[in-house]
Write a protein that binds this ligand. Structure first.
Ligand SMILES: [Zn+2]
Length: 285
């Protein structure tokens, strides 16, 4: 019997790559199903019938990974985003464009790479949607965040838009465009998905890794940056930010970190007969 596997399964184990003086690690937390035509309402059935069909699971969903990026430099460590947290939401209780939404693995992933949550000095949020802040701001009823020593950073527009429990507390920090939040890591405002969505650019010499949050949820969007995402707060600005990111990813020495790209969160923008695509990275250089 032949088993045909379709869809891209999120990695359930952490993945570490060297990046110059830094080490970067994907910390999986869970996954969410996205209904491709509801999530990307400008796409048509034909868009998901060709090569993109391989991105869909047998039920026709995109399976997006959820997790965090651990960045280490010497004995210092930070995260970009903090997963969904110890929660599981069945499909009937999520947004109509989503299926099931599940988190919970991130502390085990951190443990597997030998990092104590207390050693994380900073969690820099791309934006304040639930699947990016869980273990920092929604660690479970009656539970404290395991990141007891971390400052929580987001743009001013994010903090002011969302009534998050930590907003305005002594732990929170506001990051502005161009600000270096950690050695080699700079904030890059990329609003549109949310009012204050921020990408983080890790630079080591001539090489860059751009952690681009929710600018893209699936590699299928790389060829169609103008497709709206149904939950984008400002659709035109979202498209502008996606085009700006594509231009940056096309520059030499640049790789990307895509927290929702399931089996291929680290990659590089490539080209298949004129169509932009995602080339997963096994190692950086
Ligand atoms: Zn997200």
């Amino acid at each position: 019997m032949t088993t045909v596997t379709r869809g891209t399964t999120p990695a359930t184990a952490p993945r570490t790559l060297r990046f110059g003086e830094h080490t970067v690690t994907w910390l999986p937390d869970g996954h969410v199903q996205l209904d491709p035509r509801r999530w990307l309402p400008d796409s048509t059935a034909a868009d998901w019938a060709g090569r993109n069909a391989a991105l869909l699971d047998p039920d026709g969903f995109l399976t997006a990974s959820i997790g965090a990026l651990l960045i280490r430099h010497g004995d210092r460590a930070m995260l970009v985003d903090a997963g969904f947290g110890p929660h599981a939401v069945p499909a009937e209780n999520t947004h109509p464009a989503l299926g099931a939404l599940v988190g919970g693995q991130l502390p085990a992933a951190l443990d597997a790479v030998g990092v104590d949550p207390a050693a994380i000095e900073l969690i820099a949020f791309s934006h304040l949607h639930d699947d990016h802040l869980g273990w920092a701001l929604r660690p479970g009823p009656g539970l404290a965040s395991p990141f007891v020593n971390a400052a929580f950073a987001a743009s001013a527009a994010e903090w002011s838009h969302w009534a998050r429990p930590a907003a305005g507390s002594s732990r929170t920090r506001t990051v502005g465009g161009g600000e270096e939040v950690f050695p080699g890591v700079t904030a890059w405002p990329t609003p549109g998905h949310t009012a204050g969505h921020t990408s983080y650019v890790l630079t080591s010499g001539e090489r860059r890794l751009i952690a681009f949050g929710d600018l893209f949820h699936t590699p299928a969007q790389l060829a169609r940056p103008d497709w709206r995402v149904v939950v984008d707060a400002h659709p035109e600005r979202g498209a502008e930010a996606r085009r700006a990111l594509l231009a940056e990813l096309a520059r030499p020495g640049t790789a990307g970190f895509a927290n929702h790209f399931s089996g291929a969160v680290f990659g590089r923008l490539a080209n298949h007969s004129g169509t932009p695509c995602w080339e997963p990275l096994e190692e950086f250089y």
